[in-house]
Design a protein around this ligand. Structure first.
Ligand SMILES: *[C@@H]1O[C@H](CO)[C@@H](O)[C@H](O)[C@H]1NC(C)=O
Ligand SMILES: *[C@@H]1O[C@H](CO)[C@@H](O)[C@H](O)[C@H]1NC(C)=O
Length: 479
């Protein structure tokens, strides 16, 4: 009944492979197009903002089943030099140091189960990149040689190089996105320059993008995009006076400034500028407009400015939960309505957003047709599972929309995981409304499991988790 995460991943791969086979033609990604839709994935913004479990972030291929999304930057590689001198990354409920094994001697999680998932998206004509940064102090360089060496590290771990610790295995990502939110951007030009050289030597096309905020110039990344050649920038027109909600005020809305930068300052005069937007009202502190409004703004901006490349959304979980905001925007960009594929629910494990294909009932009925499959457990009042809390036999938790009971003392072992620490009690019909991902971001305070070697990098894990909390409060979420 209850599949482990790895077998549910296998299910997804099987499912997405099937969908891929049935789909006839996918246009390959074109950077020079003006109807691209880039949608960040990785931080489960919907779950972090308190959304219901049915909308929690799904594996990446879930968002590649139709032609709505063209570009998926994965967020974030948030630590550059962690344990063992290697980077770390955090993909929230999908893959993180809190829930997944790490490569020996590092705090780099093994997300190799995502390899074919990523390739499914690539085979569907989309590009998948890694976004570096987020709101941590751990992303930065202290000198030129360190920045250049990190470019080689990125090449080896994620792109065309090779390494024994590639987090996504043999999947070769399509590029790198820079989201530098704080700290120092010193030596980033050295990093980008070295990375660009490696990319140019590669056997396929790689892309470099950045996500500045709309106030011009961007405080952190401004000097870097002035100095190096980028393929596209995803300007965040939200959480700022220059955001979408001030489109009607020409003193505020400043796409024209960015268009001018593209043509006259950027080393690549063909750099594409995207309108970055929140995918729902809970995805940002301010700046959300409905799909029709953003669609109209995008169409008008494209007519006015030839650098316009499309729209960027934060993030995939929010867009799907907001009535497929992504598909609606793609429809405005292409001038057609986009046929969406309703992802089918995975039998019992992952709480897939079963898009309520509302078999319209009588007008007086208001109940949404939810598809609860397993025996319903009443989860009201049961706390969500936390990676860093020690549980004793009989303790109950909620995880992934299910109720679980500890078979014995357990610390840090995911319900449904290989340890067998947890017995599944069925899908929750009611919950206390807590967000699992947020709970997992609680400070790491518990003592390590007796009998296991203390984690030498607990402080690194604490730093990563603290950073994750800071990130959810950052400009990508709340200003
Ligand atoms: C992990 O690294 C340590 C130290 O380098 C080494 O002693 C150990 O054998 C390694 N374990 C595995 C499973 O590779
Ligand atoms: C660059 O910085 C790294 C990390 O702080 C340090 O180990 C290295 O010695 C520095 N190299 C130079 C040339 O200063």
């Amino acid at each position: 009944m209850v599949l482990s995460r790895s077998s549910s991943a296998a299910f997804w791969l099987g499912l997405s492979g099937l969908v891929g086979d049935l789909t006839l033609v996918h246009a390959a990604f074109s950077n020079s197009a003006s109807d691209n839709l880039a949608v960040y994935w990785g931080q489960d913004s919907y779950g972090a903002a308190g959304g219901s479990s049915s909308g929690y972030q799904q594996p990446i291929s879930y968002y590649c089943q139709d032609d709505s999304i063209d570009v998926i930057p994965m967020a974030f590689m948030n630590v550059f030099f962690g344990e063992g001198g290697e980077p770390s990354l955090d993909l929230a409920n999908t893959c993180s140091t809190a829930n997944d094994p790490v490569f020996n001697g590092t705090q780099l999680p093994e997300c190799t189960f995502l390899a074919s998932d990523i390739e499914t998206c690539q085979n569907a004509g989309k590009i998948v990149t890694m976004s570096l940064g987020g709101a941590t102090g751990s992303a930065g360089f202290s000198n030129t040689s360190q920045a250049q060496e990190f470019a080689q590290t990125i090449w080896n771990l994620l792109l065309g190089g090779s390494s024994s610790i590639r987090p996504f295995g043999n999947a070769v990502l399509d590029g790198i996105d820079l989201d530098i939110e704080g700290g120092s951007s010193e030596y980033f030009t050295d990093f980008v320059s070295a990375l660009r050289s490696l990319m140019n030597s590669g056997s396929k096309t790689y892309y470099l993008t950045a996500a500045p905020q709309c106030p011009f110039p961007d405080a952190y990344i401004g000097s870097v995009i002035n100095a190096e050649s980028f393929d596209a920038i995803y300007v965040q027109f939200y959480n700022n006076y220059c955001g979408l909600t001030n489109y009607d005020n020409s003193n505020d809305w400043n796409f024209g400034t960015w268009d001018n930068w593209a043509k006259n300052t950027s080393p690549n005069p063909n750099v594409k500028v995207y309108i970055g937007a929140p995918a729902s009202s809970t995805a940002a502190g301010s700046g959300y407009v409905d799909a029709a409004t953003l669609g109209a703004i995008a169409q008008a901006t494209r007519q006015q400015y030839s650098s316009f490349g499309g729209v960027m959304l934060w993030d995939a979980s929010q867009a799907y939960a907001n009535n497929r905001y992504d598909a609606a925007i793609k429809g405005y960009l292409t001038g057609s309505s986009v046929t969406t594929v309703t992802p089918s629910s995975t039998a019992s494990t992952t709480a897939a957003p079963t898009t309520s294909s509302a078999t319209t009932t009588s007008a007086s009925t208001t109940s949404a047709s939810t598809t609860t499959t397993a025996s319903a457990g009443d989860c009201a009042g049961v706390a969500t599972w936390v990676a860093n809390v020690a549980y004793t036999g009989g303790d109950q938790v909620v995880y992934n929309g299910q109720l679980w009971t500890a078979n014995w003392w357990s610390y840090g072992d995911t319900p449904g995981g290989d340890s067998g620490d947890w017995a599944a009690d069925g899908t929750c019909s009611t919950t206390n409304g807590k967000v699992q991902y947020q709970s997992k971001e609680a400070p790491l305070t518990a003592t390590p499991k007796a009998g296991t070697v203390p984690n030498p990098s607990l402080s690194a894990a604490i730093a990563a988790k603290t950073a994750a909390v800071a990130r959810s409060n950052s400009r990508f979420f709340k200003f």
